[in-house]
Design a protein around this ligand. Structure first.
Ligand SMILES: CC(C)(COP(=O)(O)OP(=O)(O)OC[C@H]1O[C@@H](n2cnc3c(N)ncnc32)[C@H](O)[C@@H]1OP(=O)(O)O)[C@@H](O)C(=O)NCCC(=O)NCCS
Length: 157
């Protein structure tokens, strides 16, 4: 087991409530320092049936510590990393780094060449620290709110 006591494994259907909890807590308790309350309310809204379907369709990895899901990430077939979320109690302990290494390995196995994402203001320092470059700033509309985020990418060799 790595030093931070966390192991990674592939997502299973019974992980759904665990990943939703990590997502909502990370948005409400961590990303809330960079976005306003209306944005956070819109972002953290979850359609459970939609999530269930999408998580089974999109290759996803979960980070498990003390038998509890503490983070997750994914990789769509075109190299798009859609989600990277870590539980508020476990920030800055290397969990996202472990997940990103797993995502990059999957991208390499599939000869994708590039991984790209739309990083929140909150996640931008993490992706920059892990070798991503900013392609552009953009405003995206979701749930009736406008969010500033950053299209970022990393070449995978
Ligand atoms: C972004 C996020 C996934 C990072 O997860 P994490 O497990 O805390 O990241 P790591 O511990 O692997 O960080 C690795 C490195 O990234 C950089 N980094 C991470 N968070 C940072 C921050 N807030 N400020 C500055 N640098 C940061 C640091 O260099 C860090 O290394 P260090 O801790 O040794 O200095 C997490 O903060 C999160 O869930 N944020 C809220 C949700 C969100 O916005 N998700 C992304 C949606 S696009």
């Amino acid at each position: 087991m790595p030093a931070n006591g966390t192991v990674l494994r592939a997502y299973r259907r019974e992980d759904l409530d665990g990943v939703i909890e990590v997502f909502q807590r990370a948005v409400r308790e961590v990303a809330s320092r960079d976005y306003d309350p209306d944005q956070i309310a819109a972002w953290s809204k979850v359609d459970r049936a939609e999530w269930d379907e999408y998580r089974l369709r999109c290759p996803t990895w979960v980070a498990v510590r003390d038998a509890r899901i503490v983070g997750f990430s994914d990789l769509e077939p075109d190299g798009h990393l859609d989600m990277m979320f870590v539980h508020p109690d476990c920030q800055r302990t290397g969990i996202a780094t472990m997940l990103l290494e797993r995502v990059e390995r999957a991208a390499r196995d599939r000869s994708l060449g590039i991984v790209f994402t739309e990083a929140s203001l909150t996640a931008r320092p993490f992706f920059l620290a892990r070798g991503f470059e900013i392609i552009m700033r953009q405003n995206v509309v979701a749930g009736g709110e406008t969010f500033l985020n950053f299209r970022m990418r990393k070449r995978i060799v």
